[in-house]
Design a protein around this ligand. Sequence first.
Ligand code: SF4
Ligand code: SF4
Length: 104
Amino acid sequence: MLLARATGILKVLSEMTNLACRSGCAACCIAPSISSPIVGMPNGKPAGVPCVALDEQLRCRLFGDERRPKVCGSLQPSIEMCGNEQQGRAYAITYLTRLELATS
Ligand code: SF4
Ligand code: SF4
């Protein structure tokens, strides 16, 4: 019982401190607006619209490319923003949509 609880706490701590971007999520590339030009979106990206730079696997085609907007590197994965594996993408989209509305 105690061991199970400790394991659970360690798992949560690990998620909080060492979170990686979840493949197939792309909430950061859909929910927020981006005001700077993107290749294929010269006026930037409206909120809620998938970025044209996303490929079929929802990965960024511009990753590592100097044309990728600087702002794209500013959103770092966090449990607060990304949610956990169970909450998944729907949670992240909701969180980022609320953030967008609160800051626009
Ligand atoms: S919300 Fe988190 S998991 Fe989803 S794309 Fe952004 S950083 Fe990655
Ligand atoms: S340029 Fe890449 S990282 Fe930035 S919003 Fe588009 S797909 Fe996402």
